[in-house]
Design a protein around this ligand. Sequence first.
Ligand SMILES: Cc1ncc(COP(=O)(O)O)c(C=O)c1O
Length: 392
Amino acid sequence: MNYVIEKLQKIKTKELYRKLKYIETAQSPRVKMGGKDFILLGSNNYLGLCDDYRLKKAAIDAIHKYGVGSGGSRLTTGSYDIHKELEKKIASFKGTEASLIFNTGYMANVGIISAICDRNWVIFCDKLNHASIIDGCRLSDAKLIRYKHCDMTDLLYKVNKYKKNNSLIVTDGVFSMDGDIAPLPDIVKIAKENDIITMVDDAHATGILGKNGSGTASYFNCDNQINIMMGTLSKSIASEGGYAAGSKDLIDYLKNSARSFIYSTALSPATIAVSIKSLEIIENDEKRRSNLLKMSNWLQNELSIAGFNVLKTKTPIIPIMVGPAYKAVEFSKNLLREGIYIPAIRPPSVPEGTSRLRISLMATHTPQDLEEALTKIKLIGKDLNIIGGQND
Ligand SMILES: Cc1ncc(COP(=O)(O)O)c(C=O)c1O
């Protein structure tokens, strides 16, 4: 295993070594780790529903009715009536004819893309798309053309140069590490003019953007103009799983050809019941969403005023740009010592030289949580010379 040891050593030398941290309480604004209290500012539980009593009750009720494991893959013995109910609900939420649940968002991307595309296809892919999209593209054997992040001039140039009869443009709706939103109307226009199919990964937009939180297409009034809508149930929905939503034919095809759907045991009934309940809550709780975005706006302004290099977003994701990996790690470690848990994001999750702290807010954070965290972020930012003293 010398090969592994050498590789591991290289990872450590580059300050890219990662260790798991273990949380001992529910995913919520204040958590315990190693018996100590921390303000958590890095969860994808954006709407704060992971610890919601209604979702916990839905899981418990489902366990009483169906037991725990699903017992098989969906196409053998693992499909339950509630799987069908959730798929109907997702389709109605996204405004499509049908939908299909996968066990994770990762498996959805890998399964969808490799089922649709093969070596005769070209895939145009935003440079900052999520790793699961890239892995789906690689698995498909299609020609992969990456365009500059959200750069429509570059996309158009590459479409003109490389497009084939079978082409796909795929983008994150909200980019997971930058928190910005893909220019969907422009992407749709380029796709239509060039007869290209479109796919949007709404992992971070689901529950956050658009009417009832239904995602990026709705946010831009582009409903019905995206061929394949993909998303996760693991972030705002506070559950687990991924989905594809689109035409009946698309979904029927994926059921019969997406290998990550076919060859994996179905999600457990409790997980499915949580997703159903969560969608019901999200569709009827505009206030939760708008409060979250207001808090995010407030914190972004405060951090900018303090002198941090913050990427401004219209989402709960707030990247504080630091640059070198070691510095982001140092920042995160020092904050942890002060009871603030914000993960440092480094390559390969983000490009070299763009390491950052990725703050993500929950709708259940209080102004006190944010003020306490802000004070400590400023203090440590100054200590490490990430900000100067003059701006506060
Ligand atoms: C944009 C994007 N797509 C897909 C995924 C994968 O989703 P999941 O965590 O449900 O596997 C993630 C999650 O990290 C993501 O950020």
